[in-house]
Design a protein around this ligand. Sequence first.
Ligand SMILES: NC(=O)C1=CN([C@@H]2O[C@H](COP(=O)(O)OP(=O)(O)OC[C@H]3O[C@@H](n4cnc5c(N)ncnc54)[C@H](OP(=O)(O)O)[C@@H]3O)[C@@H](O)[C@H]2O)C=CC1
Ligand SMILES: CC(=O)C(=O)O
Ligand SMILES: [Mg+2]
Length: 496
Amino acid sequence: MHNLWQYQVPLQKYMAMMDLQETNERLFYKLLIDNVEELLPVVYTPTVGEACQKYGSIFRRPQGLFISLKEKGKILEVLKNWPQRRIQVIVVTDGERILGLGDLGCQGMGIPVGKLSLYTALGGVRPSACLPITIDVGTNNEKLLKDEFYIGLRRRRATGEEYDELLDEFMTAVKQNYGEKVLIQFEDFANHNAFELLAKYGTTHLVFNDDIQGTASVVLAGLIAALKFVGGTLADHKFLFLGAGEAGTGIAELIAREMSKQTNVPVEEARKNIWLVDSKGLIVNSRKDSLQHFKQPWAHEHNPITELVDAVKVIKPTVLIGTSGVGRTFTKDVIKAMASLNEKPIIFALSNPTSQSECTAEEAYTWSQGRAIFASGSPFGLVEYNRKTFVPGQANNAYIFPGFGLGLIMSGAIRVHDEMLLAASEALASQVTEENFNRGLIYPPFTNIRKISAHIAANVAAKAYELGLATHLPQPRDLVKYAESCMYSPTYRSYR
Ligand SMILES: NC(=O)C1=CN([C@@H]2O[C@H](COP(=O)(O)OP(=O)(O)OC[C@H]3O[C@@H](n4cnc5c(N)ncnc54)[C@H](OP(=O)(O)O)[C@@H]3O)[C@@H](O)[C@H]2O)C=CC1
Ligand SMILES: CC(=O)C(=O)O
Ligand SMILES: [Mg+2]
């Protein structure tokens, strides 16, 4: 830590951490686990975003496997080049939607690398069982195509059949090489591929889309905890989203399912409490014909509204969630409108990295006169307002996927089921202690994350057994203890 503190610039700290991961993996994980709150923003959002943007010029060595269009027909051979054989989790991206930073092509590799280091540090999956993969089908980022340090194919993105065939060969090769119990986490694909990949491979492979499913689970947990402060059940609340893509519609659907479960109303009915705004305005029935399929369930009967602030005033949400990838879109007028409608407005600005956050923590607290229940995707520090200290929450899927993955691995699950996402949410929400609530927290601190992950893993595994999707039999009696016993720990022996 003393060495790291020599660096002032976050990107330099990131590079120092990546060097450490390469040269002394155990120390890297020991450091990350023991200093998780300080180092998460270094190896993960926001710094990993900058690292991806500059990946070509800070490149030292490949940290994961690159599979490009040039390897078509040989993907199985490429997989066999990876030195580790017993892989349990693959995080794969094609780099088209890296955080809220857009198409970063092959430079998106920073994301699978970062996510997998959290699988180990936060969820205890062995580092050697983790495989980061970037599929290089080109990039439409003109700046990168002209950048002399760009590390990927210099061509525009493959689409249609060319893309589908490469992905299909990849998915088949993974199953052939590692069996059906390897977890494939799709990460930061653009939504025109993400939903289809999940639907296509969800019935044949153990796949999980972190942006759609992991985000939904973490936000639902935060909302369940937030109800302690605002009162009522989910069904008593009205939700408005800015952004109707993977994160937005994924969260909306899980909330609707939980509502439907709690109140015994059909999910179609529950959806009516949830409204979404995209780049063209409120999603309403009159737009139905031109909407992508994942937006269709949210096209309710209403007049068109283009401005968010007007949508807030008319829809009167109690919860406002930002999943637009565009920074500073929760303006003073928007937050003030939320605060005039609600005693305690729930405001989540989920877009990453910090530059893309819909508002800052300080803005949310000051513009709501200290009444907002606020969480963001990237971390914000404490905020002082009116002689009170506010602790913003971090609603990031990093709370969920490490424990979720561990639960799948330890039960030998062969498919992911939506019920498991609800199980993960409930486990996370249950880990918020009375003491946390007294400090105004809706998420437990990351310092306890390994214990939290063990609880999430246990709940997810229990669901896998209940649904008959687990293959590791018999079911262990104490799943939390079993989860803890499965976790990799970078311990140092004492020779004294
Ligand atoms: N906190 C967390 O754990 C997570 C955060 N995220 C963050 O969420 C953001 C979005 O990700 P994702 O859902 O995958 O991206 P998508 O591209 O799938 O969706 C983005 C959505 O935002 C809409 N949008 C874009 N610009 C505007 C605007 N100016 N006003 C209103 N709506 C707008 C788009 O509209 P249209 O459809 O019309 O183009 C689209 O519906 C990213 O920044 C990402 O980092 C994602 C996953 C997890
Ligand atoms: C956190 C995350 O997965 C994202 O911003 O895409
Ligand atoms: Mg992501």
